[in-house]
Design a protein around this ligand. Structure first.
Ligand SMILES: C[S@@+](CC[C@H](N)C(=O)[O-])C[C@H]1O[C@@H](n2cnc3c(N)ncnc32)[C@H](O)[C@@H]1O
Length: 403
């Protein structure tokens, strides 16, 4: 029994039953509500108006979640299911779009909306956001629209988000936040949790709780006013990837990921990964890193080699970074590069350099984001499978070492 949660449940069960009967949900009837909340955020969405009319959100989390085909997305407190239906279209048949809600009538409404919208790859689960009925590390993206403010146990919600996200997975939600100026007395005077306000966090408290749950890159942006001393906000965060020092025990997995990269034909002039002894001899022992999934499996690696034995180049290394194809697009490469930069800078290295095939746009973008610059293109510098290839020379000059 949780009286706050029961009150929230009853309120949304009534709203869902009204929507199922073809009536207005009755929850957004206040002055100006229609301009700030609900369907207004879905102008242009390719869904029937009867479906968008059931929105009880305070923004559109899909505008920030940047979903990709094949991803698994989870919507916390999915209500009429609008965001799940739109997600299902973006992740496509190879992905999963899951809505979670504790209110049976809302789940019925969401399934009816899915049918009306002709969406077949959306799933709706019953459960609470404080105890998500999904396995660890099973979700790429968590979204939510105007729900977390209603929870009476937010640390539990954020802990569950961190648990179900895969390393490198991300959170992109909209929620109602309280302004710093909202006093305890004003908070108490409002109607409590069911009005969103009683439980609305301030931006600072939101950041702290997400950090405490182990999420990183937390970004909170207020978007529009939704009531007196209340704002709608977009909140983003990422589940960090675990990066540790590489050991000989990782050798087989490191070489398998290397080979998978070489097989793409876009990673290197090499075509076959060497034996471990040769790889080991070619790389500096102190700058070898692996990214691990929660089960301890290697999902990527980064390493560096000396470029010259001349002492003038003692602070210059050439690097490699490879990510398991199954773990790409989740921030693994970014985490590895960040760790390699730290490791090399701590050792007094001022330049990391490498070459990238021009066609490898993902690698070029990854390096650009990590502070690398493209120096120029070496044209037709070597043959790969009998074809002359260009190479883009990239480098990152440290701002804290050797300046
Ligand atoms: C304000 S509505 C938002 C619905 C939907 N996200 C939208 O944008 O239309 C809140 C929804 O969250 C659900 N909900 C509230 N607290 C919940 C909890 N602790 N666990 C699971 N669902 C919850 C309610 O049943 C309701 O459907």
């Amino acid at each position: 029994m949780n009286p706050d949660r029961d009150a929230v449940h009853d309120r949304y069960a009534t709203a869902a039953r009204r929507a199922l009967a073809g009536e207005n949900t009755g929850l957004l009837a206040g002055e100006g509500d229609a301009e700030r909340l609900g369907a207004v955020h879905y102008a242009g969405a390719e869904l029937p108006v009867e479906v968008t009319a059931t929105s009880l959100g305070c923004g559109n989390p899909l505008a920030v979640a940047e979903l990709k085909p094949g991803e698994t997305v989870l919507d916390l407190g999915s209500g009429g299911g609008l965001d799940v239906l739109l997600s299902a279209r973006r992740v496509g048949p190879g992905g999963r779009a899951i809505g979670l809600d504790m209110t049976d009538d809302m789940l019925t409404l969401a399934r009816r909306n899915a049918e009306q919208a002709g969406v077949t790859n959306a799933e709706f689960l019953k459960g609470t956001i404080e105890q998500i009925p999904l396995p660890d590390a099973s979700v790429d993206v968590v979204i939510s629209n105007c729900v977390i403010a209603l929870s009476s146990d937010k640390p539990a919600v954020f802990g569950e988000i961190a648990r179900v996200l895969r390393p490198g997975g991300r959170l992109g939600i909209t929620d109602i936040l309280a302004d710093d100026s909202l006093t305890d007395a004003e908070r108490a005077a409002r109607a409590g949790a069911v009005e969103c306000l009683g439980g609305a966090l301030t931006a600072d408290r939101y950041r702290t709780l997400l950090h405490d749950a182990g999420l990183s890159g937390v970004d909170v942006q207020l978007t529009h006013e939704t009531g007196d001393k209340l704002h709608s906000a977009i909140i983003r965060a990422t589940k960090p990837v675990r990066v540790v020092a590489m050991t000989d025990n990782h050798a087989d997995q490191v070489l398998a990921i290397y080979q998978a990269g070489l097989d793409t034909g876009q990673a290197s002039f090499e075509t076959t990964a060497p034996a471990w002894e040769a790889w080991d001899a070619a790389h500096l022992p102190e700058h070898r890193l692996v990214a691990l999934d929660p089960a301890g499996r290697v999902i990527g690696w980064a390493a560096a080699s000396a470029v010259s034995s001349r002492c003038v180049y003692a602070g210059v290394v050439e690097h490699s970074v490879y990510v398991d194809p199954a773990a790409q697009g989740r921030g693994v490469g970014q985490a590895l590069l960040a760790a390699l930069i730290d490791s090399t800078e701590d050792a007094g290295i001022w330049t990391i350099q490498s070459g990238v095939f021009p066609e490898n746009t993902a690698s070029r973008e990854l390096h650009r984001r990590a502070g690398f610059r493209e120096i120029g293109v070496r044209e037709r510098v070597g043959q790969h499978h009998g074809v002359w290839r260009d190479v883009v020379m990239i480098e990152r000059r440290s701002s804290r070492v050797g300046s």
